[in-house]
Design a protein around this ligand. Structure first.
Ligand code: NAD
Ligand code: LMR
Length: 338
């Protein structure tokens, strides 16, 4: 907690405890990097999620202000703020789900891999905290480059003896959200009715939309396929350039992160048939990590769906994706093993 409550705050605390009990069956969720461009709207949306009973907001700056602000929302989740490394362990203790949007974003001209030098160390430190304080939590990694930060997290957990591949998920949901939006636009449909599997990873050519598997079943001209594939693979860059130095996607990312976190929580609750794309430890290809559709349940990733039939265009895309992914995975692994 940022500050111990004084006497006049004790009433509030009792009410908070009541509410926490009232929402029993709810989950405890930690957001690491909660004061950032993604962190703030993500915290706001998680405070609105009825499955969340306790929300811990951690950052190295500005956590008290964001926490005070969000805590006034009249929804049932109890919000607590944690500031700086010395409060990381308190922030993590007891969490069922930890979402990590901590780290620096891209500026125009940068690749996601250009963020590695700063973000690798941030993710490493945060995952060391998770291994120590909430080793059974489901972990959603948003920090880029996701293709490398997920292998980094896995290596940290292996070193600590807590690694459970079913509980570590790289968030690629924004690629699916974008794909649904752009495909719906081309088909003239409501994006909520469209489902586009996006597999591989989360950077450039590693983002592989499977347009042959779009639901509802649809066909596209070669020109539409080129346009859609390129726009989905470069959606992040489109936002980075439009923001012109002020960062990367934050609002659509918060939306996507909450959609994904909600699926993880519904899985934890025991709901049936929860399937989303995510970047996980996988045997779907020869690579140790790969994004594809996964079924979420009480223990995290309970089933990894195969890629399904690919057309020639997608098979060529898969080869390109695997080549780049292999290097990014190795880079993450070496960062911890070196
Ligand atoms: P931001 O700079 O606005 O916010 C990042 C926050 O992380 C800041 O509040 C900062 O104080 C905090 N932070 C830095 N070091 C920390 C540490 N050691 N512990 C806790 N918090 C720390 O950036 P943003 O726009 O919110 O983006 C965050 C990350 O998410 C970037 O790496 C970005 O590339 C990535 N991202 C991923 C996706 C995806 O689809 N997976 C989408 C968008 C952005
Ligand atoms: C995105 O896809 O929007 C994120 O990965 C941020 C970025 O750098 O593009």
């Amino acid at each position: 907690h940022l500050q111990p409550p004084n006497d006049s705050q004790m009433g509030d605390l009792r009410r908070e405890n009541c509410r926490a009990k009232g929402a029993s069956g709810g989950f405890k969720v930690g957001v690491l990097g909660a004061a950032g461009g993604i962190g703030q709207p993500l915290a706001l949306l998680m405070k609105m999620n009825p499955l969340v009973s306790v929300l811990h907001l951690y950052d190295v700056v500005n956590a008290p202000g964001v926490t005070a602000d969000i805590s006034h929302m009249d929804t049932s989740a109890v919000v607590r703020g944690f500031l700086g490394q010395q409060q990381l362990e308190d922030a993590l203790t007891g969490m069922d789900l930890v979402i990590i949007p901590a780290g620096v974003p891209r500026k125009p001209g940068m690749t996601r891999d250009d963020l590695f030098n700063i973000n690798a160390g941030i993710v490493k430190t945060l995952c060391e905290g998770i291994a120590k304080c909430c080793p059974k939590a489901i972990v959603n990694v948003i920090s880029n480059p996701v293709n490398s930060t997920v292998p980094i997290a896995a290596e940290v957990f292996k070193k600590a003896g807590t690694y459970d591949p079913k509980r570590l998920l790289g968030v690629t949901m924004l690629d699916v959200v974008r794909a649904n939006t752009f495909v719906a636009e081309v088909l003239g449909l409501d994006p909520r009715e469209v489902d586009v599997p996006v597999v591989g990873g989360h950077a450039g050519v590693t983002i592989l939309p499977l347009l042959s598997q779009v639901k509802p079943s649809s066909s596209f001209t070669p020109k539409e396929i080129d346009y859609l594939t390129d726009r989905i693979q470069n959606g992040g860059t489109e936002v980075v350039e439009a923001k012109a130095g002020a960062g990367s996607a934050t609002l659509s990312m918060a939306y996507a992160a909450v959609k994904f976190a909600d699926a993880c929580l519904r899985g934890l609750r025991g709901d049936a048939g929860i399937v989303q794309c995510a970047y996980v430890a996988s045997e779907v290809t020869e690579l140790p990590f790969f994004a594809s559709k996964v079924r979420l349940g009480r223990t995290g990733v309970e089933e990894i769906h195969p890629l399904g039939p690919l057309n020639e265009y997608e098979r060529a895309g898969l080869e390109k994706a695997k080549k780049e992914l292999a290097g990014s995975i190795q880079k993450g692994v070496s960062f911890i093993r070196k």
